[in-house]
Design a protein around this ligand. Structure first.
Ligand SMILES: Nc1ncnc2c1ncn2[C@@H]1O[C@H](COP(=O)(O)OP(=O)(O)OP(=O)(O)O)[C@@H](O)[C@H]1O
Length: 661
């Protein structure tokens, strides 16, 4: 109990000044409330002068808001999205009116737009507009001080928006304008609304710049704050009443904005919902393996007859791929329709860059890309029919699973009802049809991945790019989604590239494994071949094999890391090679094994991990590189294996596969 109190009680040294700060802010407000003549409040606020000032304030602040939106939204977009020289300077310029004393702002406006200012004579001569002492002058002054709030708020929202949302939307077929209105704008709406509200409130309260630049003319430039200033001299009670009105408006804006800075109300609602259970893995019977289930959702526009080979899913076409990539990636890729290629490689090998080049989304690599008979090289991303599922799925958070899935179809102008029906059918096929009306935040990781996949497939792509589609899932969910993925990829008539770091994914999903190193193809072969003859230690280890690099010498391999390996195969001296040892081929003993094996090393158990029904034992040795052995739990128990236990390892020379480098 006392511990609880100690923890929650804030330190006095912080609490005291914090309370003083609150009191400091509160006292003036209490002053207004206590000094307000409540009985005369109605009379004060309905006096002709106040009503006129109120009307003028509304007109000026709304015009200022409108101008800020028209000018500020593009400026915020430019600052957030377009790299250009002098951006820091432009941003400082935008912020300047916020820190400049408003009267100085007023003087600056006079010198810029006033009668004798830089632009004033031209405005007067050409349009007959004189800003000072005119309502339009008050609007200019209010816009000058208020627009920064909009720009800063919107730039922050745009900057915080992950670009993968917009890029995915483009890959689904949406033009830039469509992406802006259907993805960008709805996603930054909270920031835009918050910025607009603050801009309006700031414009409503503007005083200094207005009185300096536009003067204090009743009915023309005398807004509420200016009137408060006047009233304070002759009728302090009325000034208090009007101040109370402005205070109420300001508080109203802040209360309405509560939470908008920290997230959308939709997000919060979603977070409050009970977690959605991951549905059980589809059984073989439930999987759409029967022809009837494989049928493409009803498509009145392009009817396709389902047949036993699943041709209906292929969008009436099969799309071979030919790509020549230059830039960071330098490779040529050819693949038959229906081929799934796992793209693997170390961090920074260029996997994502390759995908982005095929999408036409990066200047770092250029892809000459032909899909079927169509050369899409010159086409923008939204016209290539190359669908992309980024690592996090990038489901649009403001749209339901159904609307997400229908997005690509709508972008290609499929009528709404038909698009939704087709999207629903795709969700059903991927086992998430019952979640169609959920927002992405209400889906589990596995469910979201299936929706992302349904969305990509529903867009009828000719090339499908999946960037680590299962990376964020736990082992069980990963196995389920992998199963679903395998079934649907088997029916896909285009080429599919899957970036992965998971050997199981690479071997079980792909027809080919493309190993990248430094942007180039190190190996491009079927999984069996890559597993048997990996071309680099990294690939071998990724596939769960021991891989030791060395140079042939005297009938063996002198290991680069020190030590020697006896081989069954003869290699000419001096040839660099990679020795691949399957973990199952490593024998573990407590005593030095008697008999013939010549590759025997003493070592210590460093780590034991479970892999399915077997155990992987990492053994370190002073005489050889680290070695991974795979044994049954029974064998491990019999040997009494545990971390730190001293053991002997042996490998038969005939169990070693050699790959020349
Ligand atoms: N926008 C960028 N500007 C400059 N260099 C970049 C950019 N994006 C990536 N790179 C560099 O290009 C190289 C390839 O990056 P890429 O993201 O394609 O690698 P990757 O194989 O996908 O790596 P990972 O497995 O870490 O995702 C890396 O050296 C990386 O630092």
């Amino acid at each position: 109990m006392s511990r609880f109190r100690t923890r929650t009680r804030p330190p006095v040294a912080l609490a005291l000044p914090a309370l003083l700060a609150v009191a400091f802010l509160l006292l003036p407000l209490i002053g207004i409330l206590t000094r307000t003549q409540w009985s005369e409040l109605g009379e004060h606020l309905t006096s002709p002068g106040v009503v006129e000032a109120l009307r003028l304030s509304a007109v000026v602040s709304l015009w200022a808001l409108g101008l800020s939106l028209v000018l500020g939204v593009p400026l915020a977009w430019l600052l957030a999205r377009v790299p250009f020289k002098g951006k820091a300077l432009v941003r400082s310029l935008v912020l300047l009116p916020m820190v400049l004393p408003p009267t100085v702002g007023g003087v600056a406006l006079l010198l810029g737009f006033g009668r004798r200012g830089l632009l004033g004579p031209w405005l007067e001569g050409t349009f007959g507009i004189t800003l000072p002492f005119h309502t339009s002058g008050a609007v200019v002054a209010a816009t000058f001080v208020a627009m920064p709030f909009l720009v800063i708020s919107l730039e922050g929202a745009l900057g915080g928006l992950k670009q993968s949302y917009e890029e995915t939307a483009a890959s689904l077929g949406a033009s830039q304008v469509r992406v802006f209105f259907t993805v960008t704008l709805p996603m930054v709406a909270p920031g835009l609304i918050a910025g607009a509200a603050l801009t309006w409130a700031r414009a409503l309260g503007e005083f200094g710049a207005t009185i300096t630049f536009a003067g204090n003319l009743p009915g023309t430039t005398q807004t509420l704050p200016l009137q408060v200033y006047l009233l304070l001299q002759d009728q302090p009670e009325a000034a208090t009443s009007v101040s109370l009105l402005l205070l109420a408006v300001a508080m109203g804006v802040l209360i309405a904005l509560r939470g908008r800075w920290t997230g959308t109300p939709a997000d919060r609602k979603a977070a409050e919902l009970p977690p959605v259970a991951e549905e059980p893995a589809p059984t073989a019977a439930a999987e759409p393996s029967a022809p009837a289930k494989l049928a493409e959702p009803a498509e009145p526009a392009e009817p396709t007859a389902p047949d036993a080979s699943g041709a209906a899913l292929r969008d009436g076409g099969r799309w071979p791929l030919h790509a020549t990539v230059t830039g960071f990636n330098r490779l040529t890729l050819d693949a038959e329709p229906g081929t799934t290629i796992a793209v693997v490689g170390e961090n920074g090998a260029g996997k994502t860059t390759l995908l982005r080049a095929l999408l036409g989304l990066t200047p770092r690599a250029h892809a000459e890309l032909r899909l079927g008979d169509t050369d899409v090289t010159a086409l923008p991303p939204h016209k290539r029919q190359v669908a992309w599922v980024p690592q996090d799925g990038a489901l649009f958070p403001h749209l339901s699973a159904l609307a997400n899935t229908a997005y690509g179809l709508r972008a290609r102008r499929v009528p709404r009802a038909e698009a939704r029906a087709r999207a629903q059918a795709w969700l059903d096929r991927l086992g998430v049809g019952h979640l169609a009306h959920r927002k992405p935040a209400q889906l589990s990781g596995g469910q979201a991945q299936r929706v992302a996949l349904a969305r990509a497939l529903a867009a009828r792509p000719r090339l499908l790019l999946l960037d680590e589609p299962l990376a964020a899932l736990d082992q069980t969910t990963r196995a389920r989604v992998r199963h679903t993925l395998r079934i649907h990829l088997a029916e896909f008539g285009g080429v599919c590239l899957i970036v992965t770091h998971d050997p199981v994914e690479a071997v079980s999903l792909a027809d080919r494994v493309l190993v990248l190193a430094d942007g180039q193809t190190l190996q491009d072969a079927p999984p069996v071949e890559v597993t048997r003859h990996p071309r680099s230690p990294w690939v071998a280890r990724m596939l769960g094999r021991n891989a030791w690099q060395g140079t042939a010498s005297e009938g063996g391999l002198a290991l680069a890391a020190g030590g020697r390996l006896v081989l069954a195969e003869e290699l000419p001296d001096g040839v660099p090679a990679l020795a691949i040892i399957a973990p199952e081929a490593v024998s573990v003993h407590r005593e030095r094994p008697a008999g013939s094996p010549r590759n025997v090393w003493p070592g210590t158990v460093r780590e034991i991990t479970a892999l399915g029904s077997r155990l992987r034992v990492l053994i370190g040795s002073a005489e050889a590189p680290d070695l991974v052995a795979e044994i049954t739990p029974d064998a491990a128990a019999e040997l009494g294996l545990a971390d730190g236990v001293r053991v002997w390892t042996s490998v038969k020379a005939t169990e070693i596969t050699l790959v020349r480098l």
